[in-house]
Design a protein. Structure first.
Length: 106
């Protein structure tokens, strides 16, 4: 078992992945990316294709860097009252919860 990343480490992963997606799309953020950066909705910094790219990239990074295989966009994520994909911070919280759960079952 590899080291379990803390919330700050996951937050850094999410932010780095988001910055990379924005760069690939040719739309770097004019504002600093942080916990309050919106991922969905009117104020989102990425579109739906960017969101898909972000999710896939995050899943790969977490697997490569921490040896934890996660599926972020599943029935459970989509059925939550408050979307875990709303902001960078909510996504980081969701990822941390999944990692803890996955390692608890492993």
């Amino acid at each position: 078992m590899t080291n379990t990343p803390g919330r700050s480490e996951v937050l850094a992963l999410v932010t780095a992945a988001l910055a990379e997606v924005l760069e690939q799309n040719g739309t770097p953020s004019s504002e600093p990316l942080g916990e309050e950066t919106y991922l969905i909705g009117r104020r989102a910094v990425i579109d739906s294709l960017g969101m898909v790219t972000l999710i896939v990239d995050l899943e790969q990074r977490i697997d490569e860097e921490h040896g934890v295989a996660l599926t972020l966009a599943d029935e459970r994520a989509m059925s939550q009252k408050n979307s875990p994909f709303r902001t960078v911070g909510t996504l980081a919280d969701y990822v941390v919860g999944l990692i803890v759960e996955e390692q608890g079952n492993g």
